[in-house]
Write a protein that binds this ligand. Structure first.
Ligand code: TXA
Ligand code: MG
Length: 317
């Protein structure tokens, strides 16, 4: 059944079949995942992949994450190694992306991985997208469903806020549970966290039992999503602030602050997972209101707080 918005489709077997038909014609759709909503297209089709880049206005040199149903389906496209097997066993399906060496024979469209010799692979956990992946024989290229550089969507309404009616099919999977994009970890060469997320450095270390570095940015862009400016609500953001006013929205965290006209608490319980889930919702709400700028209180830099601070720093650039 369709929703009041003509392009939002409830998750049902019938609608999944419609989604599959669209994908098989090398057209694109929006799908829910546990992290954020994404724009999905056949990763083997240059037609589908081109449509994704065009819709997002995404720079061609920023590669896409390829989404698979399981480890056996990834083997034809990427060389798997021991570190990958260990992490996969522990964390997949789930909010983590692995950078692996691309196989020469792989059919992944060259545009999808920006002609690199690596590909980013992920196994999403959300039921709808998993069911979809189980019914098709090609992987899906799925970047976040936002215009390049803007805030990622965590609900079908957010996708409409980004693209209006430009997308004919949005699969409704409810609110994204994690609310921040997957952790990206490089496993071709040195193990390195390229983008922090819900799976933290500590989680990875416990499995790999090795030293791990976090990519801090360099002139040569390893993971273009680590471009300094990203996730932007389009108004100035100041970090580590103590208050706001009626023109300045104040994003806070923890028991000390009550929600108010200009006060937006990420989690009044002081729960970082809840804060992560609320971050993009709140940034989008503020973007769509009258505030001229945003002040953000200090957010604890532990667990998923590292990822929250990473996104806020980039949004503030
Ligand atoms: O949670 C997520 O990962 C979401 C959902 C929809 O799955 N997707 C997502 O995709 O965040 P996107 O395109 O917004 O971010 C992909 C990130 C970018 O930072 C990109 O540069 C990096 O992954 N990436 C992709 N392929 C890469 C590669 N071969 N080497 C290094 N980084 C890569
Ligand atoms: Mg993105």
């Amino acid at each position: 059944m369709k929703n009041i918005y003509s392009n939002i489709y409830k998750n049902s077997p019938k609608n999944l079949n419609i989604a599959i038909k669209i994908l098989k014609k090398n057209n694109i759709i929006v799908v829910p995942t546990e992290t954020v909503y994404g724009i999905a297209g056949n990763a083997y089709s240059k037609y589908a992949v081109k449509k994704i880049y065009k819709l997002k206005n995404r720079p061609k040199k920023n590669p896409l994450i390829i989404h698979y149903r399981d480890i056996s389906s990834v083997k034809k496209d990427a060389k798997i190694n021991d570190r990958f097997k260990k992490l996969y066993k522990k964390f997949s399906p789930g909010p983590i992306t692995y950078i692996l060496e691309k196989k020469k024979k792989s059919k992944i469209c060259k545009l999808a991985n920006a002609k690199l010799n690596t590909i980013a692979v992920r196994f999403p956990k959300h039921n709808s997208i998993r069911n979809l992946l189980k019914k098709i024989d090609f992987p899906l290229a799925i970047p976040s469903a936002n215009i390049a550089g803007k805030i990622s969507p965590v609900s079908p309404g957010d996708v409409i806020d980004e693209f209006g009616k430009k997308i004919s099919f949005i699969l409704d999977g409810g609110r994204s549970q994690v609310g921040l994009e997957s952790t990206v970890v490089n496993l071709f060469g040195k193990t390195k966290i390229l983008r922090p997320g819900a799976i933290t450095k500590k989680h990875l270390k416990e499995v790999l039992r090795e030293r791990l570095t976090t990519f801090k940015g360099s002139k040569k862009i390893r993971s273009p999503g680590l471009l300094k400016k990203h996730y932007s609500p389009g108004i100035p953001i100041k970090l580590n602030s103590k208050k706001g006013n009626n023109k300045v929205a104040f994003i806070t965290f923890g028991k000390k602050y009550k929600n108010g006209k200009n006060i937006f608490n990420l989690s009044s319980k002081g729960n970082l997972n809840e804060a992560a889930k609320n971050l993009y919702k709140i940034l989008r709400k503020i973007k769509n209101s009258q505030f001229k700028s945003i002040n953000v209180a200090k957010i604890p830099n532990k667990g998923i707080g590292v990822a929250i601070n990473d996104r806020l720093r980039r949004a503030a650039k």
